[in-house]
Each structure stands twice: as structure tokens, then as C-alpha cells.
Design a protein around this ligand. Structure first.
Ligand SMILES: [Zn+2]
Ligand SMILES: [Zn+2]
Length: 435
């Protein structure tokens, strides 16, 4: 017999602002927005034990991944074996400090901080001696760093680097490579189990109930005519999902500043987009990688690398790099610009289509980092002096800034603005079994 794990609470959808009263949910159930289909809360079975298990195992696998050789390389009688630390240390020795800092943050610092914070929080839910301020601090930290965890992108980047080197040298996968794969899978599983609203509910109970309309009236009228938090003069906290009075400046549950619509959302998005377009030019004009082979220096740009791979017959890898490094950033910049335009001058097109486009741009943006990780892995691996060595080119930093700027543009964009001008259609199903 299973009992409700998440109790009745009023919340506004993060993407369309529609108000919902979440019914008691049991293990394995999730609740979706009736208008835009955004998952508002997922309640997983035995979630505390599972987060604890996957989180600790992920940290253990990372320890293994750091302890043994990651990749081995042999070519023309020369041999070399590297650990994960070597990838960072070679970059530091070659004075690529910013790139080494980005790799360290994305691979080790953020994931370790995330896992430790999640494990600590799960333990602290049943431990009332831990102060609320500390629990709140860690919960905020978990939410803020989650989009910046890029271990899965790094793993795909490593595989692409291996295919790139396949024709030039014999590559051997070290023990730590397999431990790293396990670390990535376990970290992804932990992330999928962490639900923002469930965490805040466990931490501080459900949010204040300021709803003016009575529950039964709300359910019927919300289906017939969308009632948003803004129409009710309420504000949905973007950080914890609580619903607060429109006069409040800070959320009483999580302490975060609250706004009915993110302030300067469109101007912020446009500013980040303009900056990313400017950085996109040097990212494509200058070489992203410099290869020294038998004393000769061969710089290659992003497109140059794609064309070289294509001419060598590595079609899938050429396609992956072309999609990740050229198509995704361009499509992301164009779609975000179009979405900003739609907020000012909405067309007849259904709002749901615009929301789907926004979700895709937010989801795929981080995958552009593949080429940066490919360059970092090759730099760590191929260091044979004059015989053959690979170094990052000047475009690495401008391309990294393109990715970070477009990710920030998508984060600053407030999708609720798309609904404000267009009343969308209401979809029927809101609650479904997941597991
Ligand atoms: Zn919604
Ligand atoms: Zn809040």
C-alpha cells in the first residue's frame, strides 16, 4: 500500500503561469500543466534511498575514474597514457588557464558539489538538527548548477576524439574510461530523480495558499478559461514553485526574489544574443585547433575540421561536429530572436508551437560544447613534441563564450511572455502514471 508523498499545494506553471492545485500524489506519479504539458512535479518511488544510492555510487565511480589511466595512445613507436587530471594539467602547462578552468568546473567541481549537496539534503530531510538556512542554501545551489553539468557532453566529445585519432594512432581505453562512463550514467540518473518542487516540499512544507478562487471553482474555470497567477494578482516563485501575493518581493519559502514576469527578460535575452552573434564570427574565422605534425603547423577552423573528417570518410563524426558546432548555435540564436520578436509582435501561430521551439533550444544548447571537449581531450592525449602535438586554437574561447551566452539567453528568456499575448488552448490530461 502506498501513501501520498506530495500533498495538496497551489502552484503556477513555470512556462505558462497557469494556476494548478496539485492533488495528493503517490510514488511513480507526476503532474503536468493542463495547458502547456510542462511537468510540474514527479514523485519517484523510494526516492530518498535511490538518490542516496546513485549519488554515492556516482562519487565512487568518479574516484575510480580519477585513479587509473583514462586513455592510452601509441603511434610510430611513441607511447603515452593519460589520466583525467592530465587533460586539465596539460592545458594549465600550456597556459590555457580559462579553458582548463571551464573543463574542471564542468567535469569535476560542479558535479561533485551537486552530488554532495543532493546527498546531504536527502540525509538532512529526516534530521531536524540541521539549520534551515543551510538546507535552503544547498537546495538553491543544486538548482543553480544543474544546467551546467556537462559530463555526458564530455563523454560524447571523448568518443568523437577517439574516432578522429583512429586513423593516426592506436588508442587504448583505460580502466578509468569505463569508470567514467558509469559515473556519467549514475549522475544522469541522480539528476532525473531530483525534483525541484518535491525538494522544497520536503524541506519547508508546501507553499502559502493565497488562492482567492475556491478549489472546485478553480478546477472547472481553469479548464474552461485559463486563470494565470498574474490574473489572480499572485506570483509563482520560479525557484521553488510556491505561489505568493503580488505585493511580495521575496518568496517566503525559498527566500528568492520573485517577479510576476522576469524583469528585463527580453532586453537581457537580446543583449546575450547580440554578444553571442559577435563572438560567433571569431569562433568560425580563427582556428579552433592547431596540429603540429613532423615540425609543420596545421591550424584548422570548425568548418575546416568538419570538411577534413568528411573527406576522410568519417561521415557520422563530421555530421555530429557540424550539427553541434554550426547548426545548433545558429538555430538557437535564430529561434530565440524569433521568440523575442513573437513577444513583441505575436503572429497567429499557436503558442504551443513556440513553447516547443523554446524547449528544444534550451535542451540542445549545451551539446555545442562537444567540439571544445574534443579539442581538450586531443590536447591532453597528443603531446609528442615536434613528432605530433595538438593545441587549442584562439577560437576555443570565443566559441565557448558563444555557447555560454546562448545558454544564458535561453535562461533569461521568460516563456510566460509568449502566453501573455496569446490565449492558448487548454489540453485535457494533467496527471499520469510514470513508473
Ligand atoms: Zn503550463
Ligand atoms: Zn520560492
Amino acid at each position: 500500500m502506498s501513501y501520498p508523498l506530495f500533498y495538496d499545494s497551489v502552484t503556477a506553471c513555470d512556462e505558462c503561469d497557469l494556476l494548478h492545485r496539485i492533488p495528493p500524489l503517490k510514488s511513480g506519479e507526476r503532474f503536468k500543466c493542463i495547458r502547456c504539458g510542462h511537468v510540474l512535479i514527479s514523485v519517484h518511488e523510494h526516492v530518498k534511498g535511490r538518490i542516496f544510492g546513485t549519488g554515492c555510487s556516482s562519487l565512487l565511480m568518479l574516484a575510480f575514474a580519477l585513479a587509473f589511466p583514462f586513455l592510452g595512445y601509441s603511434s610510430s613507436g611513441a607511447e603515452r597514457s593519460i589520466t583525467l587530471f592530465n587533460i586539465v594539467s596539460v592545458l594549465i602547462n600550456q597556459d590555457y588557464l580559462i579553458l582548463s578552468a571551464i573543463i574542471s568546473l564542468a567535469l569535476f567541481v560542479f558535479p561533485i558539489a551537486y552530488l554532495l549537496a543532493v546527498i546531504f539534503l536527502v540525509w538532512s530531510f529526516d534530521n531536524h538538527h540541521v539549520s534551515m538556512a543551510i538546507k535552503r542554501y544547498f537546495t538553491r545551489w543544486v538548482i543553480v548548477i544543474q544546467p551546467w553539468l556537462m559530463v555526458d557532453v564530455f563523454l560524447v566529445g571523448t568518443l568523437v576524439a577517439l574516432v578522429k585519432m583512429d586513423s593516426l594512432a592506436d588508442i587504448e581505453l583505460g580502466l578509468s574510461f569505463w569508470a567514467f562512463c558509469a559515473y556519467v550514467l549514475l549522475l544522469l540518473k541522480t539528476i532525473s530523480l531530483v525534483d525541484r518542487r518535491w525538494f522544497w516540499n520536503q524541506l519547508a512544507g508546501h507553499g502559502p495558499d493565497h488562492l482567492i478562487v475556491k478549489p472546485t471553482v478553480l478546477e472547472k474555470s481553469a479548464l474552461a478559461k485559463s486563470i494565470t497567477a498574474k490574473q489572480q494578482e499572485l506570483i509563482g516563485c520560479h525557484f521553488c514553485g510556491a505561489t505568493l501575493l503580488g505585493t511580495a518581493f521575496h518568496c517566503s519559502r525559498c527566500g528568492h526574489s520573485i517577479h510576476s514576469r522576469r524583469p528585463h527578460s527580453l532586453t537581457g535575452t537580446i543583449a546575450f544574443l547580440i554578444a553571442s552573434v559577435i563572438m560567433f564570427i571569431p569562433a568560425n574565422v580563427f582556428p579552433i585547433m592547431q596540429t603540429t605534425f613532423l615540425g609543420g603547423n596545421e591550424p584548422s577552423t570548425i568548418m575546416g575540421g568538419v570538411l577534413l573528417l568528411w573527406s576522410l570518410g568519417s561521415y557520422p563524426v563530421a555530421l555530429i561536429i557540424f550539427l553541434a558546432s554550426v547548426v545548433i548555435p545558429l538555430v538557437k540564436m535564430l529561434s530565440l530572436s524569433w521568440l523575442c520578436w513573437q513577444c513583441y509582435y505575436p503572429t497567429e501561430r499557436e503558442t504551443m508551437q513556440k513553447i516547443r521551439l523554446y524547449r528544444i533550444t534550451e535542451l540542445v544548447g549545451r551539446w555545442s560544447m562537444i567540439d571544445i571537449f574534443v579539442v581538450a581531450v586531443l590536447t591532453g592525449l597528443v603531446q609528442m613534441g615536434e613528432l605530433m602535438s595538438i593545441l587549442p586554437g584562439p577560437a576555443v574561447l570565443s566559441f565557448t563564450s558563444v555557447i555560454i551566452l546562448t545558454m544564458l539567453a535561453a535562461m533569461v528568456f521568460d516563456p510566460r511572455l509568449l502566453w501573455d499575448k496569446n490565449e492558448g488552448s487548454v489540453m485535457p490530461s494533467s496527471q499520469e502514471k510514470k513508473e
